[in-house]
Design a protein around this ligand. Structure first.
Ligand code: AMP
Length: 279
């Protein structure tokens, strides 16, 4: 039976009774196949899997969608059950179950947290690390699963975990897309049919830059294409080629690059990326 736990003290009781390898899948809920792919992998690699469902206030900025973020706990639990009917679901009733008294962001993501998404959402990654650190403390996993959909987040969490939780292994999972190519996201629910079609522009742009890099191995040309795409369409909040290693801009075509983009569709900012291995 999938077990739903909503308080810290109940969770501690459940956690104490677990032994063996523990897989953690942290989410904000409104689950789709992207999230479930992480749970599938965790289920196959661990004795127990814990899914957390928590819309973390400290990673939302002023004017962002914290209040309106889709909360669909019942259907989420049904989805989890279908993948793993023994999974433990920790959905804290209030932020205090995770943060104790002070619901604050108190970990800095440093320089890498200020670029790209961090530039659009100041303090966002500090909030992400603040919650991830607490989730690791509470759940004590052997492995934790994150999607490459949030590429910068995955990098920041991997670095942080290496330094602060060296016993936890971070597993980065491929992006799950709709048939159209659109990366699955809970925020796609905000889009109308027309906006969903329009949102494909992001994946198409990333794919075009990828093709140029793969076929021509010409960084300057790929960057010029990006410049044109951004000039033609001001809905790109950014579109950028970076090194996979530390997300800095590459000086020349390196083996492992990633093209990252953020695209504005109405009030919704959509995020996507494609890794390019030029080997
Ligand atoms: P979220 O609920 O948006 O915080 O996402 C929880 C986890 O699911 C994060 O590690 C995301 O990167 C991952 N995730 C979200 N969408 C996808 C997707 N389309 N493919 C793979 N992983 C995803």
């Amino acid at each position: 039976m999938t077990e739903l736990v909503t308080t810290r003290s109940d969770f501690d009781t459940v956690r104490t009774a677990l032994s063996g390898q523990i897989g953690l899948v942290p989410t904000m809920g409104n689950l789709h196949q992207g999230h479930l792919s992480l749970l599938e992998r965790s289920t196959s690699e661990n004795d127990h899997s814990i899914v957390t469902i928590f819309v973390n206030p400290t990673q939302f900025g002023e004017g962002e969608d914290f209040e309106s973020y889709p909360r669909t706990l019942e259907t989420d639990i049904e989805c989890i059950k279908r993948v793993n009917d023994k999974a433990i679901v920790f959905a804290p009733m209030t932020p205090k179950e995770i943060y104790n008294q002070k619901v604050v962001s108190d970990i800095s993501a440093g320089e890498i947290g200020n670029m790209l998404e961090g530039n659009l959402r100041p303090g966002h990654f500090d909030g992400v690390l603040s919650v991830v650190s607490r989730l690791f403390d509470v759940t004590q996993p052997s492995k934790a699963y994150f999607g490459k959909k949030d590429y910068q987040q995955l990098k920041i969490i991997s670095n942080f975990t290496q330094s602060n939780f060296p016993n936890i292994e971070i597993i980065g999972m491929p992006i799950i897309r709709e048939e159209s190519g659109l990366a699955m996201s809970s925020r796609n629910n905000y889009l109308s049919k027309d906006e969903k079609d329009g949102a494909l522009k992001l994946y198409q742009a990333l794919s075009y830059v990828e093709k140029t890099l793969l076929e021509e191995k010409d960084l300057k040309k790929a960057q010029a294409i990006i410049q044109d795409l951004m000039t033609e369409d001001d809905r790109f909040n950014y579109l950028s080629i970076r090194t996979q290693h530390d997300l800095t801009p590459p000086m020349k075509v390196k083996d492992k690059l990633v093209i990252l983009g953020n695209y504005q569709m109405g009030n919704t900012r959509l995020l996507d990326n494609i890794e390019v291995d030029l080997i």
